[in-house]
Structure formats: structure tokens, C-alpha cells
Design a protein around this ligand. Structure first.
Ligand code: COA
Length: 250
């Protein structure tokens, strides 16, 4: 079986841990096993002085198409949700070192919201950010209902996280979700270079600066929990099941 998540510490970029989404045949949709591997990598970074920054990258044209809808359908049909997704969200919030993302192409659902937890996001000009939560009869997750309006203001956060409007890379940059827009050829190099630059800084000062800028973790965790209660209930609703079945039938 191929590794759907590849975790490495590239020798060309000391201090950088790379988490690569590698399920291109499914546009890097995240399965429970993928969340588990990513959580382990984030937690390992906290405990490893040799890792100073973590970078998320996808594959050509796909950052991530979001949660695997087959997994959502399994829950809608009566299966358990598992702890993998929520554990990953907690690990994102509890990450003690900077997170950088390089987005090329599709960034859907958690493929968009995970960038709210990143400190620097570089996106290619062909990227598209979209969270069709309500269209799938779901609600926002990953504390996007809290961090989204803070970053973007109410109107743009509503357009993105409730109305499910697609944002181009430039829209996302203007909204404050993305730091820089570049070409598809450049995005990985720039994300890794930004990470390497951070990795060379005094780590303790960087950690404190980041904590001050991000604010208290507890309120983000509390919002994740509140969203998750609604999300789990919505997953089992008839309208969500119909939406997942429609996607799987296409
Ligand atoms: N879950 C499961 N499978 C997914 C997926 C997802 N979130 N996103 C894409 N895939 C699969 C498709 O089913 C397809 O599989 P197949 O080749 O076995 O049929 C494969 O990935 C390629 O996707 P496809 O839809 O053919 O590519 P596209 O370029 O036409 O469209 C998307 C790409 C991402 C726009 C479209 O796949 C999509 O809307 N996906 C769902 C996104 C979503 O709603 N995510 C959840 C957010 S909460």
C-alpha cells in the first residue's frame, strides 16, 4: 500500500518537518489513517528539538479535497466517527512550533480550514479555497467559525464557511487566509524556504512570539468541541446522508 501521508525531515532544510499529503488519485481526501499519521507527526515535532517548523504540502494541483466523503457516509450509515479527526484538530491547535502550508490547486473543506492554523500559507495562483459544509448539510469545523471571522471579518467568513463560496488564491490572500500568491512551479520552494528561514531563528523567542500572536488555545479547543457536537449530529442527519450518497454516486 502506498503511504498516503509522507513525513520526512528534508536534509536540504534543517529543522523542517515536511508532512506531504500523497493520495493524488483521490485529490488528497483525508482518511482516518491519514489524520492519525499527521497527528503523530505534529505531536512528535513538539517533543523533538531538531524539528523547529512543520510544513504541509499536497501534490500537483491538489492540496486536499477535504475529509473522505466515504468515511462521512460510513458515519451517516450508523458507523462510529472515531477520534482521528478531532485528535488531528487538537494536535493542530497544540502545535508548539510554527506551521507553514504550501497550497497548489484544490483546497476544500479541511483543506481550507487547516490553513487557519498555519502561520504562513503560500498558495499558487490556480488554487481554489472552498468549504461546502452547509451544502453537505454540515457545519464549519476546525474552529473556522471562530478564527475565520477574526481573520477575514464577518462577511467574508460567512461567504466562505456558511455560503460555501469559492475563493481564488487572490481572494484568499485579500481575505488574510493566505500570505503570498505565487506560481504552481514556485509554491513548494517558497513554502520550504519560508520554513527554513523560521527554523534558523531562536526557537524559544519564536515560540513565545507565536503564542502571543495566536492567543489562548483553550478558547479554540472549546470552539472545536462545540462545532464537533453539531457536526457529529449533522453527520447522522438524513439530509447529510443524501448529500454524501449523491457525491459517491456521481
Ligand atoms: N472524498 C472521497 N473521494 C473524493 C473526495 C472526497 N472528499 N474528493 C475527491 N474524491 C475522489 C473522487 O470520488 C474521484 O474518485 P474516483 O476516481 O474513484 O471516481 C477522485 O477523487 C477524483 O475526483 P473527481 O471528482 O473526479 O475530480 P474533479 O477534478 O472532477 O473534482 C473535486 C475535484 C474536489 C472538486 C470534487 O472531487 C469534489 O467536489 N470533491 C468533494 C469535496 C468535498 O466536498 N469535500 C468535503 C468537504 S467537507
Amino acid at each position: 500500500m502506498t503511504d498516503h501521508i509522507i513525513v520526512e525531515q528534508p536534509s536540504a532544510h534543517p529543522g523542517v518537518q515536511l508532512i506531504r499529503f500523497n493520495r493524488p488519485e483521490k485529490k488528497n481526501a483525508f482518511t482516518r489513517a491519514m489524520y492519525r499519521t499527521m497527528t503523530e507527526a505534529l505531536n512528535a515535532a513538539n517533543a523533538n528539538a531538531n524539528i523547529r517548523v512543520t510544513v504541509f504540502l499536497g501534490t500537483e494541483g491538489s492540496f486536499s479535497a477535504g475529509n473522505d466523503i466515504g468515511d462521512f457516509l460510513a458515519v451517516a450509515m450508523g458507523g462510529g466517527m472515531g477520534e482521528e479527526l478531532i485528535d488531528f484538530l487538537y494536535a493542530l491547535v497544540r502545535a508548539e512550533k510554527p506551521l507553514v502550508s504550501g497550497v497548489d490547486g484544490l483546497a476544500i473543506g479541511i483543506g481550507t480550514t487547516l490553513n487557519l492554523h498555519c502561520d504562513l500559507t503560500i498558495a499558487s495562483d490556480r488554487s481554489q479555497f472552498r468549504t461546502p459544509f452547509v451544502d453537505l448539510a454540515l457545519v464549519p469545523e476546525a474552529a473556522s467559525s471562530l478564527i475565520g471571522p477574526r481573520v477575514m471579518g464577518h462577511q467574508r467568513a460567512f461567504a466562505m464557511f456558511a455560503a460555501g463560496e469559492a475563493f481564488s488564491a487572490e481572494d484568499a490572500r485579500e481575505a488574510g487566509l493566505v500570505w503570498k500568491v505565487t506560481t504552481p512551479e514556485e509554491v513548494e520552494r517558497q513554502a520550504l524556504a519560508a520554513a527554513a528561514k523560521l527554523a534558523a531563528k531562536p526557537p524559544e523567542a519564536l515560540r513565545i512570539a507565536r503564542d502571543l500572536i495566536r492567543g489562548p488555545r483553550e478558547e479554540i479547543i472549546a470552539r472545536i468541541d462545540e462545532e464537533a457536537r453539531h457536526f457529529s449530529a449533522r453527520l447522522k442527519s438524513a439530509e447529510a446522508r443524501a448529500a454524501f450518497e449523491a457525491f459517491m454516486r456521481r
